[in-house]
Design a protein around this ligand. Structure first.
Ligand SMILES: [Ca+2]
Length: 211
């Protein structure tokens, strides 16, 4: 039985249901992304194979860089950024010996309903010991999801700012966050303060699942 078939059977409570091997869960993420691109509604089975969760969209995160990070090695750090949402984790490469890394990597996460905050963390890569935490933060996705859902940007021209969100203690932004129309899509730029020390710059794009 293919990984996809066994997970479908499990998610639907079939008699053949038993916990599939871990390799099936890695495979299912790739299958889900391919199906999303084909506008195909499917089920997201993550850490709980009996639970069925409907995919609501795909979040693309461009991890631009960070600055003012904490030193975790003797002279510097080897930082990488990790994104986590609903048990799905992706990460950038590690930049060697810098406290102001420039990653400029685009990472993709599947979003489900209810929408969970995006967890952002930065770690120092180590070879002979466990990686050290350098800072972390959370981003609520309500602003960009609601802006896309409203469809109000349909009347805007490319490059125009749809919304500006001022920094507050709650959202943790270090500068105003802007939602801008780029190539027909809303892009939210933000600089986020990391707990411990430093800040990280991200660009978010959310694409709803088209049914
Ligand atoms: Ca290190």
């Amino acid at each position: 039985m293919s990984p996809l078939t066994s997970l479908k059977s499990c998610a639907l409570g079939g008699k053949m249901c038993k916990r599939p091997p871990a390799s099936h869960f890695r495979r299912i993420k790739l299958v889900l992304l391919r199906h999303y691109e084909a506008n195909f509604l499917f089920f997201c089975v993550t850490n709980q194979p009996r639970q069925m969760v409907e995919i609501r969209g795909v979040l693309k995160v461009r991890v631009i860089g960070a600055k003012g990070l904490v030193k975790r090695d003797v002279f510097s750090s080897d930082p990488y950024a990790k994104l986590d949402m609903g048990g799905h984790t992706v990460r950038t490469r590690a930049e060697k010996r810098t406290l102001n890394p420039k990653w400029d990597e685009e990472l993709t996460l599947v979003t489900s309903d209810p929408l969970e905050p995006l967890k952002v963390s930065v770690y120092d890569k180590d070879i002979f010991s466990a990686d050290d935490m350098m800072g972390e933060a959370e981003v609520e996705l309500d602003s960009i999801v609601n802006a896309v859902k409203s469809g109000a940007h349909g009347s805007f021209q490319d490059g125009m700012v749809v919304l500006t969100i001022p920094p507050t203690m709650e959202n943790g932004f270090t500068t105003p966050s802007t939602l801008t129309l780029k190539n027909g899509h809303i892009v939210q730029g933000l600089n986020l303060k990391l707990r411990n020390q430093g800040e990280i710059e991200l660009e978010l794009q959310w694409r709803p699942n088209v049914q």
